[in-house]
Design a protein around this ligand. Structure first.
Ligand SMILES: Cc1ncc(COP(=O)(O)O)c(C=O)c1O
Length: 468
């Protein structure tokens, strides 16, 4: 009874406030008791609720009054300039790939696939089941849900050649997206001030994580078939580095897919130098003309620290990935993760496990491959027709992007800006280089924008290039 009456009083006073002036006196408790036939306690409850809602303020001894709207005050954060000092490397602004753009723009800048390419129904059903399970209310172990650890380890083990001891479930640590794994690995395995070999170009997020971890980058040139193993050997020998971050499979941004000889030679090199290969298998589920063959599957001495994410093939919202590492490196990475975030939401892990263990997951991956193929080929054909001076140096065998070379001397940032004015959003290639770019590049994502706009996108780029 009192709950109902108090609700009615709140509603009544709210309505009265809409026509009252700020600072007006609210009818007294006695008047409200009479009007609503309510007890003093009920009226008091209603008043407390109105105060909590910020609609009235009570002045002891004077009564209750309609709250006056506060004039917005202009704020001054100037003091923070001195308090914060200069920004640490890599902590200024966001990558162009993370921008939110107008809904009618053709977005080819993002690093994730369009929603309609994702297994929507599978993910939604998995989330509902996870919400009904204990995972909704319990804390996950720091290393992750044991069943999900086992799934990631089992997947890598299934690619292991005969004679290699496969990674165990314990070696697989569940992390919240592989970006956070990169930061942890660089901190825990490389360390502040230590050299880290890195392909050039490479994923901008790895450059950012490395800068934040304070490691010293040593770029190694990498092309459509990955780096020259002799360059890797030389860089290890010259710098004494103990780690090499690389994407041997469908690299972002180039789409590079290392041939078997390069894979073997680089693994041999890291072994010889007592070093780690940090293998970012970000596009494991994004193969088009080839299947992934992780180098980590051929290593049982703990030389390869392996990263594998589900964010681009299951859902970016699940934000689940794994790092597979062995020996003390595994323990250090786990300790870093625990210090950073303690554990990953068990609810999201349970949903991710549900998704990847459904028979429909395999069906999704097969369909995904065909969609990516059709989109990739359509964008290549559109560029050839409408932007012939934009050169796709090599057709990526997997991944989400075309790495496009523009004519030498092109002002890339100017081209990107001009495209944006005409409704096409693309990413300047400079963000993928650890030092000066080796050429004029842009990255075009073919997995996000509606393919019916590819011809228009290519025509915009073609026109801008012609005019520039
Ligand atoms: C090469 C590479 N590694 C890691 C990531 C991070 O992915 P996530 O944190 O979504 O798992 C990305 C995202 O684009 C990427 O391209």
């Amino acid at each position: 009874m009192s709950q109902d009456s108090s609700g009615r009083i709140v509603a009544g006073v709210r309505e009265w406030i809409t026509s009252a002036s700020p600072g007006a006196r609210v009818p007294s408790n006695r008047a409200l008791m009479a009007e609503y036939g309510a007890s003093p306690v009920t009226v008091q409850k209603a008043m407390q609720q109105l105060v909590r809602l910020g609609l009235v303020e009570s002045r002891p001894g004077a009564g209750t009054f309609v709250r006056s709207a506060r004039a917005p005050r202009s704020v001054d954060y100037g003091w923070q300039t001195a308090a914060l000092g200069t920004a640490p490397a890599g902590l200024v602004g966001l990558s162009s790939t993370q921008r939110t753009v107008a809904p009618d723009a053709i977005g080819m800048h993002s690093g994730y696939p369009a929603v309609d390419l994702l297994p929507g129904r599978l993910v939604r059903q998995a989330l509902v089941r996870a919400a009904r399970s204990d995972a909704a209310l319990t804390r996950s172990p720091a290393a992750g849900l044991p069943e999900l650890q086992a799934w990631f380890a089992g997947e890598l083990a299934s690619a292991a050649p005969v004679g290699i001891t496969p990674a165990s479930a314990r070696d697989a640590l569940i992390i919240s997206g592989s970006q956070s794994g990169l930061s942890s690995i660089f901190r825990a395995v490389v360390g502040v001030g230590q050299p880290l070999l890195i392909e050039s170009p490479t994923y901008w997020g790895a450059l950012l994580a490395a800068a934040q971890a304070g490691v010293t980058l040593v770029p190694v040139s990498s092309g459509a078939h990955g780096p020259d193993p002799e360059d890797v050997e030389r860089a290890f020998a010259q710098t004494g580095a103990r780690a090499f971050y690389a994407q041997p499979t469908f690299a972002n941004p180039t789409g590079a897919h290392w041939p078997p000889a390069t894979r073997e030679a680089v693994l041999e090199t890291v072994r010889r130098h007592g070093a780690f290969l940090i293998e970012d298998d970000w596009a494991h589920d994004l193969g088009i003309d080839a299947d992934p063959r992780p180098i980590a599957a051929s290593d049982d001495d703990g030389h390869v620290v392996y990263l594998r994410s589900l964010t681009k093939s299951a859902s970016p919202a699940l934000r689940v990935a794994a790092v597979i590492a062995r020996g003390p490196a595994r323990d250090r990475i786990l300790a870093d993760r625990a210090a950073e975030s303690m554990y990953v939401s068990g609810l999201l892990q349970a949903a991710a496990l549900d998704v990847v263990t459904q028979p429909a997951w395999r069906t999704h991956l097969r369909g995904f491959r065909e969609h990516l193929r059709a989109r990739r080929d359509l964008l290549i054909a559109s560029l050839a027709t409408h932007a012939p001076s934009a050169h796709v140096e090599s057709v990526p065998a997997g991944g989400l992007n075309l790495w496009v070379r523009l004519p030498d001397g092109t002002d890339v940032l100017q081209v990107v800006r001009e495209c944006e004015v005409r409704g096409l959003i693309i990413a300047p290639g400079s963000e993928w280089f650890p030092a000066e770019p080796s050429g004029a590049y842009v990255r075009l994502n073919y997995a996000n924008a509606d393919p019916s706009h590819f011809a228009e996108a290519a025509a915009i780029l073609g026109a801008v290039l012609e005019e520039s």
